[in-house]
Design a protein around this ligand. Structure first.
Ligand code: GUN
Ligand code: FE
Length: 437
């Protein structure tokens, strides 16, 4: 395994008590951070980080790699029509080749914008393909088996028998948990309350506790969705999930916009993580999550881009900036400080993946998932509060080098594990194949 020394960096470790950046070298070996200090010996590959900020890689806690190929194809629609008319038929049309192309396109975008770990919703079918591609790309990924066994307008190809679907999940768990030097893990992703039977929710709840598996789902994104869930179950989304026991081990839920006080209370008192997706919430006209109120109640919040067709990028800088901006008119200009936003983008994500002991901050002994950012640019200057610069001024293209699990996956903006030209060509070709079929 590679040994790397980063020389003369501006280190933003974000470890407790280290909120401010400081000058230091970092030594990486065996996939972990071995030393942080001044005048470390130059050992292994030496990277001159003079003037560059080195910080924890971004952790996006809600991604759909299977949807990247459908970017720019489902515009100006609200959630349920968007799913029924566009996204589900397109997902149902995936071949193994198109799913691979979709994953690679997403992974290339994620890595080139400094995202080093993801919680992905996965796919109903051919989920192994997503694991294979994440393994090859070098990213840290927890990938889901999407469960859809009941509900309106689900295409045949996405509708599975609940029991069989859960069994396929257990097969994926066995095959992929801990693979790629521990970079990969598995989650159960019952898609949302309107696509799963109560039996599936109960089965997943029990199995997730027994096997310590994250449950990853959507809730309370859209008011029509909420009305339908209440009609079908007599409960609000998070009451329903809580009653089914989905939060007994670790529940990571995207959106959480339309909640009442009782649901906020459930979030505050269970191991539930809110996956906030501001771009997606605006683009689908869904609403604005009450993130400042959540943080004040001690609710755990992280950030994600969701899928490309409701964003249309997978860019953590845009999510951070929007997360901040959308609260200002609603909750006040001081309601969500930039430092809190960067914490959601790093430590918050690490927690939502159950990995706060391994990633999310730069500390000796933790996994070496880190990024080098060049803030010496006209659009980021002058140097000021670093959190403000990162949230409101910096861009994905300011990320210069990306290290995941101690391996360089992008250096000086050149992807190492992925072939840029081939990814673009394949994406176009596979989309053509899908639209022809
Ligand atoms: N709810 C259920 N499925 C989806 C999805 O694919 N994207 C979004 N944004 N919400 C969902
Ligand atoms: Fe989603």
């Amino acid at each position: 395994m590679t040994e790397i020394t980063l020389k003369n960096a501006v280190v933003l470790s974000m470890a407790p008590g280290q909120e401010e950046p400081f000058p230091a070298d970092i030594f990486i070996g065996n996939g972990r951070i071995k030393a942080i200090g001044t005048n470390l010996p130059s050992s292994g590959k030496v990277i001159d980080a003079d003037g560059l900020v080195v910080m924890p890689g971004f952790v996006q806690s809600h991604i759909h790699l299977c949807q990247t190929l459908f970017r720019n194809m489902a515009e100006d629609m609200e959630l349920l029509n968007w799913l029924h008319q566009k996204i589900w038929p397109l997902e149902a049309a995936h071949s193994e080749r198109s799913l691979r192309a979709s994953a690679r396109l997403g992974l290339a975008e994620l890595i080139s914008g400094g995202t080093t770990a993801i919680l992905d919703m996965g796919s109903v079918r051919m989920t192994d393909v997503l694991f294979e591609e994440a393994a090859k790309a070098g990213i840290r990924a927890n990938i889901g088996k999407t469960l859809m066994d009941k509900g309106d307008r689900i295409p045949k190809a996405l509708s599975e028998n609940g029991r069989k679907s859960v069994e396929d999940g257990l097969r994926l768990l066995k095959r992929w948990r801990g693979a790629a030097n521990g970079r990969l893990d598995f989650n159960f992703a019952p898609r949302f309350a309107l696509s799963c039977s109560e039996n599936v929710f109960r089965d997943v709840a029990g199995i997730s506790v027994e096997n310590e598996i994250i449950v990853h789902t959507h809730a309370s994104e859209n008011q029509d969705e909420l009305r339908k869930v209440r009609g079908a179950t007599g409960m609000r989304n998070l009451e329903y999930y809580h009653a089914a026991g989905l939060d007994r081990f670790h529940l990571s839920v995207a959106h959480c916009i339309w909640l009442d006080d009782g649901e906020m209370d459930i979030l505050a008192h269970t191991n539930t993580h809110v996956l906030h997706c501001p771009s997606s919430n605006l683009k689908l006209g869904s609403g604005i999550a009450k993130v400042p109120e959540m943080l004040r109640l001690g609710i755990k919040v992280s950030l994600g881009a969701d899928g490309a067709p409701c964003n249309n990028n997978l860019d953590m800088f845009q999510e951070m900036r929007l997360a901040g901006l959308i609260q200002k008119p609603r909750a006040g200009v001081k309601s969500l400080p930039a430092g809190e936003i960067v914490r959601m983008a790093t430590v918050g994500g690490a927690r939502a993946l159950g990995l706060a002991h391994e990633i999310g901050t730069l500390e000796i002994g933790k996994k070496a998932d880190l990024i080098l950012i060049n803030l010496n640019r006209v659009h980021t200057f002058p140097m000021q509060d670093i959190y403000t610069q990162l949230v409101y001024a910096a861009r994905a293209t300011d990320v210069q080098t990306v290290i995941i699990d101690g391996e360089i996956v992008m250096e000086n903006r050149e992807l190492i594990s992925l072939n840029h030209e081939e990814i673009l060509a394949r994406a176009q070709e596979e989309l053509k194949n899908i639209l022809r079929a």
